[in-house]
Design a protein around this ligand. Sequence first.
Ligand code: ADP
Length: 191
Amino acid sequence: MNIILLGPPGAGKGTQAQHLVETRGMVQLSTGDMLREAKTSGTEMGQKVAEIMDAGKLVTDEIVIGLIEEKLMTEKGAGFIFDGFPRTLAQADALAALLAKLGQSLHTVIEMRVDDETLVKRIVNRAEEARAAGKPVRADDNEDSVRIRLMEYYKKTAPLIGYYHAKGDLRPVNGLASIDEVTASIEAILN
Ligand code: ADP
């Protein structure tokens, strides 16, 4: 079973993906995590993505699709959870082609719905809490970058909602509910 967690930054995709990894043995493929890893690797590609990510813009499709392809060929588990990918229509088409090549398909796209002001508050709070605890703060977790991330989401990623709706794969959940309630909604959809 391969699923996509689709939603704006701060919607809780990573938290829910983690739960599915623990309870179902699925494999989380987070392009954000992969890119943050690339950022610290000191490679030329890392330097290129760091500037784009910190500003809150989307990294090129070519780079992200390459990262996903590599993981799809090597990781094994009870299905993939795509977290933060696809983020553009070109990425969605590339994912369909890659899965087809592996003889696999997409089961469900879970759309996590949260309003903008809640998203900005969540991310700014997350940064403040990390700072207070002396933990590293994501360079893009500041109000300016969050606003740009949201704009990128509406311009480039939100069209995927229509795309997957038309394919009949889309299942919305209320991302404003508590973490446990969101988990229960996702479980109900997957069961
Ligand atoms: P969030 O969803 O909270 O914004 P992510 O960790 O998913 O955080 O992504 C952080 C950043 O990484 C994005 O703002 C973007 O710059 C880059 N990124 C992640 N996934 C993609 C993707 N699929 N396509 C392009 N850029 C991506």
